[in-house]
Design a protein. Structure first.
Length: 118
C-alpha cells in the first residue's frame, strides 16, 4: 500500500527543516518523523483525517519557507532595545559560535557571564 499524499508532504517538509547545530543529538525532524511514522504505520487506526494532515504539512512548509517573516518583517527598534542595543546581534553571534567551542572556551564564557563588571 502506498503512503498517502499528506504523509509524503509531511516527510518532504521535515527534510527541508534546518538542522539544530546546538543540539545535534536531538533533532526536531527525527521526533516528528517518528510521530508521523507511528500515525501512518497502522492504517486501520486512522486517527486524523487527510485534510487536517495536509493543513499540518502546509504549516510546516510555511515555517520552513519563512512565510511569516516575509509577511511581517521586523521593523523599527524592536531588535535594538534601548538598554542594550547590540543584545540580539550578540545573541545571534553567540549561537553561531557555540557549536565550535571546546570545553575550555565554554567554561570561560560561563565565568565571564557570572562576573559582569560595568
Amino acid at each position: 500500500m502506498s503512503k498517502s499524499l499528506a504523509y509524503k508532504h509531511l516527510t518532504r517538509a521535515l527534510s527541508k527543516w534546518p538542522k539544530d547545530t546546538l543540539r545535534p543529538e536531538c533533532q526536531l525532524q527525527n521526533v516528528m518523523q517518528q510521530r508521523i511514522d507511528k500515525i501512518y504505520s497502522d492504517a486501520s487506526s486512522k486517527s486524523s483525517s487527510e485534510s487536517s494532515d495536509m493543513a499540518q504539512a502546509n504549516l510546516l512548509y510555511s515555517l520552513v519557507e519563512d512565510r511569516y517573516l516575509k509577511r511581517y518583517p521586523i521593523k523599527g527598534t524592536l531588535m535594538t532595545p534601548a538598554s542594550k542595543p547590540t543584545h540580539y546581534t550578540d545573541l545571534i553571534r553567540d549561537i553561531e559560535e557555540a557549536p565550535g567551542r571546546n570545553w575550555i572556551q565554554s567554561t570561560m564564557n560561563k565565568f565571564k557571564g557570572l562576573l559582569r563588571f560595568q
